[in-house]
Design a protein around this ligand. Structure first.
Ligand code: AMP
Length: 404
C-alpha cells in the first residue's frame, strides 16, 4: 500500500552513496532556466541527506531526447549551477553522454560525506524509458541507497524511477516531495475523511474514463463540470448545441450515472452554462458570454463555462466536504470571461476547512494562475501521475520502494 512507504526522514545514509531521482525537468529558454520551482522543491530532501552525511548523487530527466542533436539543448549543466547557488555549496556536474561514465565514476569515488554530484540527463540513455537492465545496473553500480523524489515521473517504469531498485544493494525510500504527494493524494483516495467530494472538469471525458469510474466508488459526491460535462448532459437527454461532446462516450456516461445511482452516490452536473457562438480565438479573446439553463443550449451555441446557479450548487456541495479532490477546470479558464466558474469553485475551496487536494496539470495551473495556491492543502506536482493515482492505479515509482 502506497501510504506505508519508507521515507527519507529515518533513512540511514551516513557515509553511504545515495542515488536520488529528482524532478529537474525545468523550463529552459536559450539554455537559461526560466522557472526554478522544481529545483527549489527538491531542496528539503537534498539538504536532509547532506545533513545526515550521505554522498548525494542526483539524477533526473530533462525534456524529450529524440535525436543526438537534442543533447546539447537538454543537458542538466544549468541545473547544477542553479542548484549549487541554492544550496550554497558546490555541485559537481558529471557530464557523461552515457550518464554513468568515467566522469560520474571518478566524481563519485572522490566524494566526501555531504558532497553533491549531479549526473547528466537520464534520457541521454535510450534504455531509460524502456526500463532497460543495463542502464539500471549502471545507476545502481554507483550507489548504495536509492531515494525517489520525482512524483511527476512515478507513473512511468523507467530505469531511474523503477528498474534501478532491482539492483540497489541497500535500502530504498521516497523523498519529502513524494511523501507529501502520497500523504495527500493517497489519503484522499484510499482513506478520506468523509464526506469526500470529488470534482472533475477539463476538456474530454475520454481522458478521464478510469478516474470517473474509480472516484464514483470512492467519493460521496462527484461533481462534473468543464468540457466533459456536455457529454454527460447529452447522455441524460439534453441538447447541447455545438458544445464539446464525445459521441462515442455517451453510453459510458450513462453507465457511470447508473453506477452512481446504484452505489447511492450523488453525481452533480451543471444546471446552467455560459455560452458563445464559437470557441474564443485567441483563447483570451473577448467573448460575449450569455448564460442559459443547461437544458436550453441553442443549436448554434457552445457551453464554455458553468453558470452562476451551478457555481452556487457546486460551491454548496464542496462546502459540506471534509475532503475535496479537484482535477480539471470548470470552463475555459484561460479566458477571463469564462474563468468565472473555475474562480468561484476555487474560492469555495479556499473558504472550507476541508482538506483540499488539487490534481496536477491544468487544475494546478488554474489555481496558481487565479491566485488561490496558498489556500489549498496540497497542489500536486504531477499531472499524469496524479491522474493515474486518482484512477486507483499502482504507480511503479512508488510501488518499488520498500515498505516501512
Ligand atoms: P484537461 O487538460 O483535460 O484538464 O483540460 C483543460 C482544458 O479544458 C483547458 O484548456 C480548458 O480551456 C478546457 N475546457 C474547459 N472547459 C471547456 C469547455 N466547456 N469547452 C472546451 N474546452 C474546455
Amino acid at each position: 500500500m502506497a501510504l506505508n512507504k519508507k521515507n527519507v526522514e529515518n533513512l540511514n545514509v551516513c557515509g553511504k552513496r545515495v542515488l536520488v531521482r529528482c524532478d529537474f525537468n525545468v523550463p529552459l529558454k536559450d539554455g537559461a532556466i526560466t522557472n526554478d520551482n522544481r529545483i527549489v522543491a527538491a531542496l528539503p530532501t537534498i539538504r536532509k541527506l547532506i545533513e545526515n552525511g550521505g554522498k548525494v548523487i542526483l539524477c533526473s530527466h530533462l525534456g524529450k531526447v529524440k535525436t543526438p542533436e537534442d543533447k546539447a539543448r537538454l543537458t542538466l549543466a544549468p541545473v547544477a549551477v542553479r542548484l549549487g547557488e541554492l544550496l550554497g555549496k558546490e555541485v559537481t556536474f558529471a557530464c557523461d553522454d552515457t550518464v554513468v561514465g568515467d566522469n560520474a565514476r571518478s566524481a563519485v569515488s572522490a566524494m566526501n560525506d555531504g558532497d553533491v554530484v549531479l549526473l547528466e540527463n537520464t534520457r541521454f540513455r535510450a534504455e531509460e524509458t524502456k526500463n532497460g537492465e543495463e542502464f539500471s545496473k549502471d545507476l545502481a553500480s554507483i550507489a548504495d541507497v536509492y531515494v525517489n523524489d520525482a512524483f511527476g515521473s512515478a507513473h512511468r517504469a523507467h530505469c531511474s524511477t523503477a528498474g534501478v531498485t532491482e539492483f540497489i544493494s541497500g535500502e530504498t525510500a521516497v523523498g519529502y516531495l513524494m511523501n507529501k504527494e502520497i500523504a495527500f493524494l493517497g489519503n484522499a483516495v484510499e482513506n478520506p475523511e468523509r464526506p469526500f467530494v470529488a470534482i472533475l472538469g477539463g476538456a474530454k471525458v475520454a481522458d478521464k474514463l478510469n478516474v470517473i469510474s474509480n472516484l464514483i466508488e470512492k467519493c460521496d459526491t462527484l461533481i462534473i463540470g468543464g468540457g466533459m460535462a456536455y457529454t454527460f448532459l447529452k447522455a441524460s437527454g439534453n441538447e447541447v448545441g455545438k458544445s464539446l461532446v464525445d459521441n462515442e462516450k455517451l453510453d459510458y456516461c450513462r453507465e457511470m450515472m447508473d453506477k452512481a445511482k446504484k452505489l447511492g452516490k450523488s453525481l452533480l452536473l451543471p444546471v446552467d452554462t455560459a455560452i458563445a457562438g464559437a470557441f474564443p480565438n485567441p483563447i483570451d479573446a473577448k467573448v460575449p458570454a450569455d448564460y442559459v439553463a443547461s437544458c436550453e443550449i441553442p443549436a448554434d451555441q457552445m457551453g464554455l463555462d458553468i453558470g452562476p446557479k451551478t457555481c452556487e450548487l457546486f460551491a454548496a456541495a464542496a462546502k459540506t466536504a471534509k475532503t475535496v479532490v479537484w482535477n480539471g477546470p470548470m470552463g475555459v479558464f484561460e479566458n477571463p470571461t469564462l474563468a468565472k466558474g473555475t474562480i468561484a469553485l476555487a474560492q469555495a475551496l479556499a473558504e472550507t476547512d476541508a482538506t483540499t487536494v488539487i490534481g496536477g496539470g491544468d487544475s494546478a495551473a488554474a489555481v496558481v494562475q487565479l491566485g488561490f495556491a496558498d489556500k489549498m492543502s496540497h497542489i500536486s506536482t504531477g499531472g499524469g501521475a496524479s491522474l493515474e493515482y486518482l484512477e486507483g492505479k499502482v504507480l511503479p515509482g512508488i510501488d518499488v520502494i520498500m515498505d516501512n
